[in-house]
Design a protein around this ligand. Structure first.
Ligand code: FAD
Ligand code: NAD
Length: 483
């Protein structure tokens, strides 16, 4: 399914500027933050967007997924309340179809029915030129923008690439014929499939799997490695597996889909171990790559085929290395690709373009999977810390061993903390707990501000919260680094 796009607020081509100080290619989260800040200080800035101003986050990604996950969690809470005698009506787990439809209505309201008029208005009110069209560099200092009606030439002094990322579809025989969904279809569909195979167990795959399972879809999740592809500590990845299984998801880690073929009204996936899974719908959630092709970067001396890891290399001011007057922010820069990073890099770049030298520090950027409970991580895993040459110590703390855990045992996951023995600094944290995305900021601050484990261990946490357990874990970590 291709969602409808609200092409509203289009600028008449006669009003398009010929020259701006800063041109921003792509109009997602990163661009909105940057352009708004620059225009607010009187800089002539244009944003060129080929689809929806606001990018993926408000319409297809962060916002719709969180509405569905939160609604699914509320539905599960009703079931639990019934189980402990606090609610009369039992949850009919067999029929989530109607609940899904209602949730999808809320979701589409939150996504403004894929109409970007508010985002366009907000930018224009700040004085940003919003140009609807596909942009590409035609020579240094010039962009050609295909507006659909004609080609407009826009001259710029500085160019900021904010073109985001695109889904990577694995090369599996027969998969293309099955017309697999990506996150776009999964988070815009008005009906939920009866059964679904999700390929890839990163944030996208886990969020899709849990929400759909909780609305009654029969979900199988196949991940080639551990869940989250090794990006979080193994204990919290195991907790996530247990959580999804408790929701009825058939989780297969270290598994591979070797082929897909038609089976009745659906699709049969054959796994490398010889097993098969037959489903109505296949969803691909195997990662994304930066959008660097077709932007005319060769006119700026860059060859997209030669980029390390497929993304542009930026310095700590967000300037593209080995290019002049070129900056990159958000997913296209390939560093901690989240909306909060896009916003942060937009701010850093704005400061630099405004003549206030500012460096980006990506050390304390949190990563959260919004399952219920949430999985959040920041900094390095112990494997990454060892690889980086640190003298690593780590502790694993079970949050069930807290007063809060005795009150709410179903939600207790684990906290893993990683520190460097010689510097006595925290290097990383992975946490599976309710609202982990909120409480991970404590560890993000510690990493970013280099607060040592001795002081952290003396912080007093409220009783009886999950964070009380952080105190116990930090005391153990202090002991582990030694006197
Ligand atoms: C399912 C899902 C859920 C997510 N949930 C979260 C979450 O909860 N929290 C979080 O922090 N992050 C989340 N993310 C990540 C987040 O969506 C991205 O990191 C963020 O949106 C990146 O912003 P951006 O501005 O770099 O890119 P985008 O939002 O992708 O914007 C780039 C824009 O550039 C445009 N463009 C590209 N090429 C051209 C061109 N040649 N001319 C004109 N326009 C062009 C595109 O149309 C697009 O609108 C999620 C991602 C997914 C896929
Ligand atoms: N809550 C959030 O902040 C949030 C939510 C969703 C997405 N995102 C962002 O969106 C981007 C894309 O997320 P994603 O989950 O698609 O990508 P990802 O790269 O984070 O995870 C992809 C997963 O798929 C696995 N995989 C790859 N190929 C496979 C194959 N052929 N078979 C089985 N497994 C395979 C990988 O091992 C990995 O675990 C990321 O940058 C992510 O951070 C963020």
């Amino acid at each position: 399914m291709t969602p409808s796009t609200g092409i509203t607020g289009a600028m008449p081509t006669t009003d398009l500027p010929d020259h701006v100080r800063v041109a921003v290619l792509g109009g997602g989260s990163a661009a909105e933050r940057l352009a708004g800040l620059l225009a607010g200080e009187g800089v002539a800035v244009a944003v060129v967007e080929r689809h929806l101003v606001g990018g993926e986050c408000p319409y297809y990604a962060c916002i719709p997924s969180k509405v569905m996950l939160l609604t699914a969690a509320a539905r599960t809470a009703i079931g639990r309340a019934h189980d402990i005698g606090a609610a009369d009506a039992p949850l009919d787990r067999g029929d989530g179809a109607e609940a899904y439809r209602i949730a999808a209505g809320r979701r589409d309201d939150a996504a403004a029915d894929h109409d970007d008029a508010d985002h366009v208005r907000s930018l224009r009110d700040k004085g940003v030129h919003v140009i609807r069209g596909e942009g590409r560099v035609c020579e240094p200092g010039r962009l050609a923008v295909d507006t659909g009606e004609d080609s407009h030439e826009l001259r710029y002094d500085e160019l900021v690439l904010a073109t985001g990322s695109t889904v990577v579809v694995p090369d599996i025989p027969g998969l293309a014929e099955a017309e697999p969904w990506t996150f776009v279809e999964a988070w815009t569909a008005t009906e939920r499939p009866a059964s679904m195979l999700v390929i890839g167990g990163g944030a996208v795959g886990c969020e899709i799997a849990q929400a759909h399972a909780r609305f009654g879809t029969s979900v199988t999740l196949v991940e080639g490695e551990e869940l989250m592809g090794g990006g979080v500590e193994p204990e919290t990845a195991e907790d996530l597996v247990a959580l999804l299984r408790a929701d009825g998801v058939d989780v297969r880690t270290h598994a591979e889909v070797s082929g897909v073929d038609a089976a009745g009204q659906g699709w049969r996936a054959t796994l490398a171990d010889g097993g098969t899974v037959t489903v109505e719908r296949i969803v691909v959630a195997t990662g994304k790559r930066p959008v660097v092709d077709g932007l005319g970067l060769e006119h700026l001396g860059l060859d997209p085929d030669d980029l390390a890891d497929g993304h542009l290399t930026i310095d700590d001011a967000c300037r593209v290395v080995d290019a002049d007057h070129l900056w990159a922010i958000g997913d296209v820069a390939g560093i901690e690709p989240f909306t909060h990073t896009a916003n942060y890099q937009g701010w850093v770049t704005a400061q630099n373009l405004l003549g206030r030298p500012t460096t980006a520090d990506h050390s304390g950027i949190p990563r959260t999977v919004y399952t219920a409970p949430e999985l959040a991580a920041v900094g390095m895993t112990r494997a990454e810390a060892e690889e980086a040459g640190h003298d690593v110590v780590h502790v694993v703390f079970d949050l069930a061993d807290t007063a809060r855990g005795s009150v709410d045992p179903a939600d207790a996951g684990r906290l893993v903390l990683v520190a460097d023995r010689s510097s006595r600094l925290l290097l990383g944290a992975s946490l599976l707990a309710p609202a982990a995305g909120e409480s991970i900021s404590e560890f993000a601050l510690a990493i970013r501000a280099e607060i040592g484990v001795d002081l952290l261990a003396e912080l007093v946490h409220p009783f009886p919260t999950w964070s009380e357990g952080f105190g116990y874990a930090l005391h153990r970590l202090r002991k582990a680094v030694g006197a």
